[in-house]
Design a binder for this molecule. Sequence first.
Ligand SMILES: *[C@@H]1O[C@H](CO)[C@@H](O)[C@H](O)[C@H]1NC(C)=O
Ligand SMILES: *[C@@H]1O[C@H](CO)[C@@H](O)[C@H](O)[C@H]1NC(C)=O
Ligand SMILES: *[C@@H]1O[C@H](CO)[C@@H](O)[C@H](O)[C@H]1NC(C)=O
Ligand SMILES: *[C@@H]1O[C@H](CO)[C@@H](O)[C@H](O)[C@H]1NC(C)=O
Ligand SMILES: *[C@@H]1O[C@H](CO)[C@@H](O)[C@H](O)[C@H]1NC(C)=O
Length: 626
Amino acid sequence: MKQFLIPLFILYFASSNARAEQNYSGNSVLDCTINDQNGPSSAFLYTCNGLGKSCSTFLIFQSQPPYNTITSISNLTSSDPEKLATVNNVSMFTVFPTGKEVIVPVNCYCKTKDYYQADTNYTLPTIQTYFTIANNTFEGLSTCNSLLRFNPYGALDLLVGMQLHVPLRCACPTQSQIESGTKYLLTYPVDWGDSVSSLAARFKVSSSSVLEANVITTPALYPFTTLLIPLPGEPDSSTTIVHSGQPPTFSPPVPPTKKSKKAKTKLSVAVGTTGGFLLVVCVILFSVFLMRKRSAATFVEACKVRKTKSSEDIRDEIAGIEHFSKEYRFEEIKEATENFSSKNRIGGSVYKGLFGKDILAVKKMSSDASKEVNMLKKINHFNVIKLQGYCKNDEGFFYLVFEYMENGSLREWLEKNIPMEHESWDKRIQIALDIANGLQYLHNFTEPCYVHKDINTSNILLNEDARAKIANFRLAEESEGDNITCTSQVVGTRGYMAPEYLEAGLVSPKMDVYAFGVVLLELITGKVSIIVQAGTEVMLSAVIGSVMAKDDAEANLSSFIDPSLVGSSGEACAFELAKISVACLIREPARRPSMADIVSSLLRIQRNVPPRISPTMNSNSQRMGR
Ligand SMILES: *[C@@H]1O[C@H](CO)[C@@H](O)[C@H](O)[C@H]1NC(C)=O
Ligand SMILES: *[C@@H]1O[C@H](CO)[C@@H](O)[C@H](O)[C@H]1NC(C)=O
Ligand SMILES: *[C@@H]1O[C@H](CO)[C@@H](O)[C@H](O)[C@H]1NC(C)=O
Ligand SMILES: *[C@@H]1O[C@H](CO)[C@@H](O)[C@H](O)[C@H]1NC(C)=O
Ligand SMILES: *[C@@H]1O[C@H](CO)[C@@H](O)[C@H](O)[C@H]1NC(C)=O
């Protein structure tokens, strides 16, 4: 995978902090949940530390249809079209080839005390997320964190036609830069194959001045992040080039090859076991996949590198790559569970066991669980059930030993109906956040990344404080970012399976997003995923979906709210959660939000719900407030 990272050989010599002016963001811009409460963060914009509080400056934007003419680019960036044409030495009617670097003159200023920005407005032509606006449309010239900050809409409330305020990354030179002859700091979005030395050579400046302008602490430059190039005068149109948009090809493209082999294997499995429709769909998708190989590689990389730069919360959780899991002797398991005595049975083939002083849960499995064991050993997150150990006995049974979850499954908890427990909305929001955080971790921060494939309220377990953890990884599958793979065996839980999976066996992280949408509805309504209405079975998601599609949805939704929640003034909260759920349940997987989008929306909702004062809540918020 190294070939996708752009080497930066002279990096570590020259990052002299004394003169370093702006921090390079690295891949922190991929994480849309970063906060900057303890000072400016490069995951937002450049810090307002120049001599001037405003300046005129320049950005580089790569022409990409529909933004490939003077008018469309000036419209997108709110740049003066005449100046734009002049500085690029072209006429007003030029159509730029795709990938051509276009110099964009903008006004940069400190709007808040923390950050520089160049303002523009963007009207949403299609449904997008803040991340795709920042990364795909603006090519990294803006960031999802700053978009979230400057717009009143939640991450999931974006609709076609909405006008968004887009702050573009820019900066004005500092005193010392001006003294050493710098007039402008050009904002340059890094592309495949760029290195500090190649950029310095192209823009005719020294590598050391580039390194001084950007504190680079990552071992590589990442595409769709920005660097500042200090220039002694206006940028020269003769230095701009046309990019091929391809990752460098000087070393063998290992991840795509591996991936296509895997896809081929899967394909042949599909050929062997099913015919007709499924095969056709898979073949079509497979060809689409081949055409999109390049972006596949991007995603693989994104998945991998995101792990190194993540929000603090998650960074805290990633303790070790492979945590310790004990291999138990069968005698120990038998003793702990009192020979699987029925009084220790928790449910199904799960038993409570006393191991020394610790109560743990033992799950007996008749199938080969080595895949699950190997996977769980590598996973270490507060919101994913922890495998403490395992055992394989002579008869070929596997016994997995997990942390014990006092409150059982979320399904049981919702049915228990203990008023005190159920009263508070923030407990439910916390559970939703716990699940979302666990899924976000599985989708983005593990190596390899995983799709759980069987998210439902029985596979979410609650500990004594009702904090949720994801369990049962029997069906989990490796995933490579948002790529779709095909499977011929459609297995899962009724009521939770995404349409593309049910109908065509397509597997991607978005199927977990769909199932999460159903779990959210259960949290709001207390009902199960398939309910009986007028003698027929209907999907809870269909019922709430039609409620939400009507005018007056908020009022109508109130009759579906879990009765044990009514009275705690949670109608607005239920409505906000239901909106997230509706977005998760969108039919087309690509239009569903990512778990990161969902986490940021839930955090927003959580902030607006004042915690109820009850003894259990108090202890909970103390534990969480670190
Ligand atoms: C760069 O990052 C460091 C460490 O996070 C921080 O102390 C410093 O203020 C940042 N500098 C700028 C210009 O943002
Ligand atoms: C950009 O184009 C859109 C749609 O064509 C238009 O509504 C908007 O006013 C234009 N913005 C500017 C700044 O010209
Ligand atoms: C602008 O382009 C013309 C031809 O297209 C060329 O002759 C001229 O030298 C260019 N000027 C600059 C400043 O690059
Ligand atoms: C963006 O829109 C707002 C409100 O419609 C307007 O006040 C502002 O001038 C616009 N900004 C730019 C750069 O066009
Ligand atoms: C960012 O945008 C580029 C260009 O559209 C795309 O190729 C890339 O996959 C995007 N990155 C992520 C992480 O989605």
